[in-house]
Design a protein around this ligand. Structure first.
Ligand SMILES: *Cc1c(COP(=O)(O)O)cnc(C)c1O
Length: 403
């Protein structure tokens, strides 16, 4: 049978690998050698499971969205990662990585963050485990996401503003890697998505695979069979998507639909649709698709959602798309905003802007009435209220102009 899991060398087809500077070589190989043994050990599994349940609030519900499903002519379930502690799926990953860091004897935690969700989830587990935490965040993002900056500070993290490049996620990631290079022996870098050098893409996918493990159990209870016809998720770096599809990736009965951020449109020059627009290259230690110009300069991505504007993509998704295993759709800003307000009005759930991109897939897909569809709502919309308020004002003005 064809398998889409990672190979022994850390590749998905041609994508992945570990392209790191000499100075990091040792700590990356240590991590490669240690992570599977630790993740599979009984003490790790027990402690991780207990924290997922009692601290993060898992299992997250699988909610039958009747009204939204009716509109799109299918049986639709929402996997409610928005109900997790700290508001998104990120906590699944940070809990696992901090337990790994402890077992590897590391004493200091660093992380990068874009919208601040990964930063908050990292700061929370560092408070929990009493470990010092430094979070790198682009200056532009700090201004856009001030409440998350304040949360990280309240949780005891040091937030370091990054002023290079566009001052967003890509620059924060580069800065975190620079820090890691200076402190390779005592520092553990908690990466926020299925990106970075091997083993991070696999490590993060495994930690997020609790999502599809639960889907399997929950869908069996509700539908009497343990697989859906279709899975839908948004991709920034690809961690909530990797977790959603993990146990189904080799199951040909299950269609996989992924949403990337189209921004103002994929031919507008203002987009983050990396799988569509990217070419092969290396970013942050992995060989993957990268948005770049003729000369290989990384292009600045744009999306209304700060969690999706990354110019690379997790190597697993580059491979699934190239192989035709996953269908990747780009959902632009306005389509995502429309989908967010549709979910809010039909189901009483305000999603994160990132998750709204996954919801935008519904309007672009034909379903059979018998289809059982599971869509992951990766996070909640609290952090995006300023954007939603502006959108509602724009809609009101357009409506009054029309009269
Ligand atoms: C960070 C984030 C994303 C994007 O990250 P992935 O690694 O692609 O999952 C999506 N949704 C929410 C709510 C996020 O916070």
């Amino acid at each position: 049978m064809k398998t889409y899991q990672i190979d022994e060398k850390g590749y998905y087809g041609p994508y992945g690998g570990a392209y790191v500077p000499e100075i990091l070589y040792r700590c990356v190989s240590e991590l490669q050698e240690a992570y599977l043994g630790i993740l599979e050990s009984r003490t790790f599994r027990e402690e991780y499971h207990r924290l997922l349940c009692d601290y993060a609030g898992r299992p997250s519900p699988l909610y039958r969205a009747r009204r939204l499903g009716e509109r799109y002519g299918c049986t639709l379930y929402l996997k409610r990662e928005d109900l997790n502690h700290t508001g998104a799926h990120k906590i699944n990953n940070t809990l696992g990585q901090i337990l790994l860091a402890q077992r590897m004897g590391k004493r200091r935690i660093i992380a990068e963050t874009g919208a601040g969700q990964h930063g908050v989830a990292t700061a929370a587990v560092c408070a929990l485990m009493d470990m010092p935490c430094v979070v790198y965040m682009g200056q532009t993002d700090m201004e856009r996401q001030l409440p998350n900056v304040r949360k990280m500070e309240m949780l005891g993290a040091e937030v370091v503003p990054v002023t290079s490049g566009n001052m967003t996620l890509k620059d924060a990631t580069s800065e975190a890697i620079r820090d890691w290079c200076c402190h390779p022996s005592d520092t553990f870098y908690i990466i926020g998505s299925t990106v970075g050098p091997h083993p991070y893409p696999d490590l993060v996918a495994r930690l997020q695979s609790v999502i599809s493990e639960e889907i399997r159990r929950q869908i069996a209870e509700k539908e009497g069979r343990d697989w859906p016809d279709c899975l839908i998720a948004c991709v920034g770096g690809g961690s909530n998507a990797a977790g959603t599809i993990y146990h189904y990736v080799n199951d040909p009965r299950v269609r996989i639909l992924l949403a990337e951020a189209g921004g103002m449109g994929t031919d507008s020059g203002m987009s983050a649709a990396t799988i569509l627009l990217g070419r092969r290259g290396i970013i942050h230690g992995a060989h993957t698709l990268v948005m770049q110009d003729e000369d290989g300069q990384i292009e600045e991505p744009y999306s209304i959602s700060a969690g999706l504007d990354y110019p690379g993509i997790g190597p697993i998704h580059a491979w699934l798309a190239e192989e035709g295993r996953a269908t990747v759709l780009s959902v632009d800003d306005d389509e995502a905003l429309r989908a967010a307000s549709e979910l809010t009005r039909l189901e009483g759930i305000i999603p994160a802007l990132e998750s709204a991109h996954a919801l935008g897939v519904l309007a672009k897909t034909d379903f059979r009435p018998s289809d059982v569809v599971v869509l992951t709502v990766s996070g909640r919309g609290d952090k995006d209220m300023a954007t939603y308020i502006k959108y509602m004002e724009r809609m009101r003005e357009a409506a009054s102009g029309a009269c």
